[in-house]
Design a protein around this ligand. Structure first.
Ligand code: BDR
Ligand code: CA
Length: 324
C-alpha cells in the first residue's frame, strides 16, 4: 500500500510536539518533512524543539526546514507565555546537534509540491503557506489537502474575544490562504477552537498513559507540566487543551470531527483582527472555501491518541474519563 505523504507545517510548541508524535506513530502516513514557521516560538527555537521530538521518537531521518521568521505584515508576537521560555514547557531537554537543513521551508515546498503528491497539516500561523502562494501559487494549488488548526466559529477566541492564536498571529497570511482557496475552488479543513477546546488532557489520562508506557508518558508529562499550570491560572481548568493533535487525528480519521462547508474570510484589521468569519447562513452567497469542523468524537480521539502513542489500546480503566 502506498502511504499518503504529509508535510507538517508547525511552530513547536507543546501541542505541536504531541501532534508530531501522533503523526510519527501513524503507519498509514509518511511524514515527508516538518516545516517550521514563527508562532508559539521563534523559528530557531521551533527547529530545536522539532529536533528534540524527533530524537525522542528515534526519527531523526525526517527532514526539517526552517521557514518564515516574521508574519507577512504584522509585528510578531510569540506565545512563550503559554509554551514556556524554551517553547517546550520549560522541559529544557538537551539540544540535538548535527542536523543540517538543506534549504528554507518555502523553497522546499515549492520544489516538493510540484514533484510529489502531498498534503499539508498546518499547525501554526500560515505565513509559510502565504509566502508560497506569493512565490509560486501553482505549487500551493498542487497541495492535495490542507488541514489547518486555527480559527473559531462559535467558540470565543484565545487571543481576543473573537480570534484564535494561529490566525491572529498572522491574519494577512490566513486571509490570503482562504482567499486563494476561494478563488481556486479549494477547501481548507478548519479544525478550530470549537472542537479543540473539547480535547483536554487531564491528569488522569496522563497518569493512565504513564502506566501503559512510562517512557512516552513521562516525556509527555515533562513537556505538558507548564501547560497544565498555564491552563489552571488562565482558564481554571485542571488539565490542558491540546489543539494540534486533533487536526492530525482528523486528517487520519474523518469520523473524529464533523462539520459543514462554508465560505470563510479572515479579518485582518481592527478589533476583530484574526477572526475567522464563517458564513454558515450563506449571507454572502459565496461558494464554500472551507470545511468548518464543529463536532468532535472525543472518545474516538483519545482512543487513537492513547493507543498509538503508548502502543496499547485503552481499556475500561479509562473509559469514563475519555468521554469528553
Ligand atoms: C494554537 O496556537 C498555539 O498555541 C497552539 O500550538 C495551537 O496551534 C491554538 O490556538
Ligand atoms: Ca501550533
Amino acid at each position: 500500500m502506498t502511504k499518503k505523504k504529509v508535510i507538517i507545517d508547525c511552530d513547536p510548541g507543546i501541542d505541536d510536539s504531541l501532534a508530531i508524535m501522533l503523526m510519527l506513530k501513524s503507519e498509514e502516513i509518511e511524514v515527508r518533512a516538518i516545516t517550521i514557521v514563527c508562532g508559539n516560538s521563534p523559528v530557531e527555537m521551533g527547529f530545536s524543539n522539532a529536533k528534540k521530538v524527533l530524537k525522542f521518537m528515534n526519527r531523526l531521518d525526517v527532514p526539517i526546514y526552517i521557514g518564515q521568521s516574521q508574519p507577512l505584515k504584522k509585528k510578531y508576537v510569540n506565545a512563550l507565555d503559554t509554551h514556556g521560555e524554551d517553547g517546550l514547557g520549560e522541559s529544557f531537554l538537551p539540544e540535538v546537534e548535527g542536523y543540517k537543513q538543506e534549504m528554507d521551508a518555502v523553497s522546499f515546498l515549492k520544489k516538493t509540491l510540484k514533484e510529489e503528491k502531498c498534503s499539508v497539516i498546518a499547525l501554526g500561523p500560515m505565513t509559510n503557506l502565504a509566502r508560497l502562494i506569493n512565490e509560486d501559487s501553482d505549487a500551493f494549488l498542487a497541495i492535495e489537502e490542507i488541514v489547518s488548526m486555527g480559527g473559531c466559529f462559535k467558540s470565543h477566541g484565545n487571543c481576543s474575544p473573537v480570534a484564535e492564536y494561529n490566525y491572529w498571529c498572522d491574519p494577512d497570511a490566513a486571509e490570503l490562504v482562504y482567499k486563494t482557496a476561494f478563488d481556486n475552488n479549494k477547501l481548507i479543513h478548519m479544525v478550530g477552537l470549537d472542537v479543540t477546546r473539547k480535547v483536554v488532557l487531564t491528569p488522569t489520562i496522563l497518569e493512565y498513559m504513564i502506566r501503559l508506557n512510562p517512557e512516552v508518558g513521562d516525556f509527555i508529562k515533562k513537556i505538558t507540566k507548564f501547560y497544565f499550570d498555564f491552563h489552571w491560572e488562565w482558564e481554571h481548568i485542571i488539565g490542558c487543551v491540546i489543539n494540534d493533535p486533533l487536526a492530525v487525528a482528523y486528517f487520519l480519521d474523518r469520523e473524529i470531527c464533523s462539520g459543514f462547508s462554508s465560505f470563510v474570510q479572515i479579518e485582518t484589521l481592527g478589533i476583530s483582527e484574526g477572526q475567522s468569519v464563517v458564513d454558515s447562513m450563506n449571507f454572502y452567497r459565496k461558494e464554500a472555501n472551507a470545511v468548518v469542523l464543529n463536532e468532535v468524537d472525543v472518545k474516538k480521539f483519545w482512543t487513537m491518541f492513547i493507543g498509538r502513542l503508548t502502543g496499547t489500546e485503552p481499556d475500561a480503566a479509562i473509559e469514563h474519563d475519555i468521554q469528553g
